[in-house]
Design a protein. Sequence first.
Length: 181
Amino acid sequence: MLSHVEDELARARLTPGADQRGGDADVPRIVGDTIRPLQHTEAGERLSWEADLQEGLTAPIDPHDFRELVGSLLENASKCAKSCVAVTAVRCDGFIQVVVEDNGPGVSPERLPDLLRRGVRLDRLKPGSGLSLAIVSEIANVYNLALTLENRVEGGLRAAVTCSDPLPSPETGYHGTSERS
């Protein structure tokens, strides 16, 4: 297992150019394909799964890396949730944002940064290695994605990943922001 994680982290450190990626990630398809098997896990069967995925979203990320990123976020949420995991994916103002939320206990604010460190497990009673969110962080760094973790007011954790939209904005004709990239 550790060997697999080391391989994944090493692969994530290699910054692929657009010509090296296996294409852009089809966000709704990959998120949907990732949720389905998680629904049939022991943790996933007891949960309600909500997905609000805007059609036609693509992210400028290798599809394999995006599947790894989303899978780690969803698996982590399924382990922590009391009864529900929700994922949304939207295009807004030249960006694409994928948000995964659970209704679990959340994390004390001072421990939130620790979640992204390799091997850190805040709840030793739950299964896991403490590596999934570190892998998410590594992939986010490789692709220059914004990754935020925060507690929800309603309880639970909210993880958001934001990237530039590879499609030009209809308002400006530019990618990602109002200025030419």
